[in-house]
Design a protein around this ligand. Structure first.
Ligand code: PCA
Length: 222
């Protein structure tokens, strides 16, 4: 008799579609590259979220329901960052500097009307930072994910995970421009796609194998 193969637990990695006139978004290129990979016994599902206030959280909800991940890392592009930025805190506020991909530009709006002012990441960000630095990948902690669609998804994710009965770790990582994007902005930092893919693989692995996060003093840059 054949036994049914037990499916490995899932890690959800999301990225966004291009926005703000860009032709590419490195966050989704990373998620796409990692889709299907097996990392320490877990299967990565890489998926795309729309850079739209109205549709991003319903899309995230559908992914959470479908895949029931044990770990979620949402990614977004943050042009101007010089390395992988591990976000520490999501705020309950939208204040869009530019229109989203549907032309929406909400200002001074709450993400969850009765929600907490902020949620902390539950990723072991200091362990992840140490692992990235050990691999010579530029990385930093960040104290703000901004107030655009990325922060909305980060806050919405943490709000959902905090209310879920399952103990699921999650958080948000911003990534810099790709070299071809940075060329248009003299002096802008960038990282090659291969470096960013390796960085996120390491982040997933570290989050899976770390219990309590490390504690060491580390100032965040943003
Ligand atoms: N970055 C934007 C939204 C989509 C993305 O990749 C942000 O930082 O809010």
């Amino acid at each position: 008799m054949k036994h049914a193969q037990k499916k490995p637990p899932t890690v959800l990695v999301t990225g966004f579609d291009p926005f703000g006139g860009e032709a590419v978004n490195p966050s989704f290129e990373i998620a796409r590259a990692l889709d299907g990979e097996l990392v320490t016994g877990h299967r990565i599902v890489g998926a795309e979220l729309p850079t739209e206030f109205a549709r991003s959280l319903p899309a995230l909800d559908a992914l959470l329901r479908k895949h029931r991940p044990v770990l979620v890392i949402a990614l977004g592009q943050a042009g101007g960052r010089s390395g992988i930025a591990l976000e520490r805190v999501a705020i309950n506020l939208i204040d869009a500097r530019i229109p989203d991909n549907a032309g929406d530009q909400p200002v001074d709006v709450r993400i969850a009307a009765a929600g907490a002012a902020a949620h902390f990441t539950t990723l072991p960000v200091k362990s992840m930072l140490a692992a990235l630095r050990a691999a010579h990948i530029p990385a930093e902690l960040s104290q703000t994910a901004g107030s655009f669609v990325c922060n909305q998804v980060f806050y919405g994710l943490m709000h959902r995970l905090a209310r879920s009965r399952r103990r699921v770790r999650g958080g948000f990582v911003h990534v810099p421009y790709l070299p071809e994007q940075a060329r248009k902005f003299p002096g802008a930092a960038s990282l090659p796609l291969a470096t960013m893919i390796a960085a996120l693989r390491l982040c997933v692995e570290t989050a899976l194998i770390t219990g309590d996060d490390l504690h060491y003093a580390e100032g965040a840059t943003h």
